[in-house]
Design a protein around this ligand. Structure first.
Ligand SMILES: Cc1ncc(COP(=O)(O)O)c(C=O)c1O
Length: 415
């Protein structure tokens, strides 16, 4: 069969998503690694391994017996779900969100962002006719795949020490035009704070400049707030773009239940903000899914504004602070030069340079996997600016994290 004829060029050019590729490779090596006392320890995916809040699970069990709970929901989400989100946005960020018009449920924020990209871009063959989306570099690897798959261009906004991880959107815009792309094809600018893969945060002042930039050029501001609840220092507490005046004129923000409540498999999130964009995105989405399973919506709506939910997140964050300290101490012992003042207190990721003797992040991560059974992610999977770095997720038990450091020592992986 001629697949090239069946599938479009963009889909044909896709590689398996990096996290699934690593999973496949790890499972192929599992027996051999286990026989050498190096059973795989996965620090690749950003998926908490803790159990979800007990109160959430208990409520879900009760809800499963309710009449009518197993039928189709609606794409935008049940009233109680959107009302709980509206209450939460007020309680957590002091922002108003109309549950009728400004909030839409998502089958995980990944689904929402992927569909948004499809709906705002038109696939084009000629490079300089392509729609452009400005993305942080490094960024959540899926952005690059969504954009590639949509036949559009992901234009890199480098996050570097030199620019204090706050790229100058105006300067990059000029460069995009200079490169030959058309101003009318620049559709959106993505920000993601706290950031995957680096864990860095932003400031209100910087986001203010991005809002002004997007308004000036009529570009959609897309804020990915998947990690908004993962912080362990009060002065790094993430904020919503809607805390800043004018953000609703031009912006939408994506949120996720996955990480704060350790329910990555449940697939629940929401998008909120500019009502015209939300409604249009919702119309498109309604052609694809029927919303989230109602029992999950109900249980999650309840946990979102509950003391049990807040306590769970707080304790989880204390755990991540402890795990980060284990890893920072361990990597320092291994020779990494880590300035603890600059280690972000958000997310569950550690972003480090590869050892001096390596020139490729891919080679380093491959060697660590094959020799030590530890699954890391090469930095360039997150964009070109990630070359020379690797990311690890400290989501597993403290014992396993200590074991990783021991294996690095025994197997000679020093900085
Ligand atoms: C930055 C970022 N956004 C969105 C997601 C997707 O989360 P979910 O689809 O589970 O809500 C992830 C998952 O790792 C992420 O890192």
């Amino acid at each position: 069969m001629n697949l090239e004829r069946l599938f479009n060029k963009e889909v044909m050019s896709l590689d398996t998503y990096i996290m699934f590729r690593l999973k496949e490779e790890t499972s192929m090596l599992k027996d051999e690694l286990t026989a050498r006392n190096r059973a795989p320890i996965s620090l690749s995916m950003g998926a908490p391994t803790a159990n979800p809040p007990k109160a959430l699970i208990n409520r879900l069990k009760e809800i499963l017996d309710e009449d009518g709970i197993h039928t189709y929901s609606t794409p935008k989400g049940e009233n109680y779900f959107r009302e709980a989100i509206s209450k939460y946005m007020k309680r957590r960020f002091n922002v108003e969100m109309n549950p009728e018009t400004e909030i839409f449920s998502l089958v995980g924020s990944k689904e929402g962002i992927a569909n948004l990209v499809r709906f705002i871009t038109t696939p084009r063959e000629n490079e300089f006719d392509k729609d452009v989306i400005m993305v942080p570099d490094p960024c959540y690897a899926s952005y690059l795949q969504f954009i590639q798959c949509s036949g559009a261009k992901a234009y890199s906004m480098p996050l570097t020490k030199e620019n204090d991880y706050k790229p100058d959107a105006e300067k990059i815009y000029s460069q995009i035009i200079k490169d030959g792309y058309k101003p009318e094809n620049i559709k959106a600018l993505f920000i993601n704070y706290p950031n995957n893969p680096m864990g860095i945060s932003s400031t209100r002042e910087y986001v203010r400049t991005v809002i002004d930039f997007c308004k000036k050029h009529d570009i959609l501001l897309v804020s990915d707030a998947a990690y908004s609840e993962l912080y362990f220092a009060e002065d790094e507490k993430p904020f919503s773009i809607f805390e800043i005046d004018g953000a609703k004129d031009i912006g939408i923000e994506f949120f996720s239940f996955s990480k704060p409540y350790a329910v990555t498999g449940w697939r629940l999130g929401w998008v909120c903000g500019n009502k015209d964009v939300i409604q249009r995105l919702g119309k498109g989405k309604s052609t694809i899914d029927n919303g989230i399973y109602k029992a999950l919506q109900k249980a999650c709506a309840e946990i979102l504004n509950s003391p049990e939910g807040d306590k769970y997140i707080k304790e989880g964050n204390m755990g991540y602070a402890r795990k980060q300290a284990i890893m920072v101490k361990g990597f320092k012992e291994l020779g990494w030069e880590i300035d603890e003042k600059n280690v972000p207190h958000t997310t569950f990721y550690l972003w480090l340079p590869i050892p001096r003797k390596y020139t490729s992040a891919f080679d380093f991560c491959r060697d660590v996997l094959r020799k030590s059974g530890v699954v890391l992610v090469p930095g360039n999977a997150f964009g070109n600016c990630g070359e020379g770095f690797f990311r690890l997720s400290f989501v597993c038990s403290d014992e396993k994290l200590r074991e990783v450091i021991d294996r690095f020592k025994q197997d000679g992986f020093y900085y």
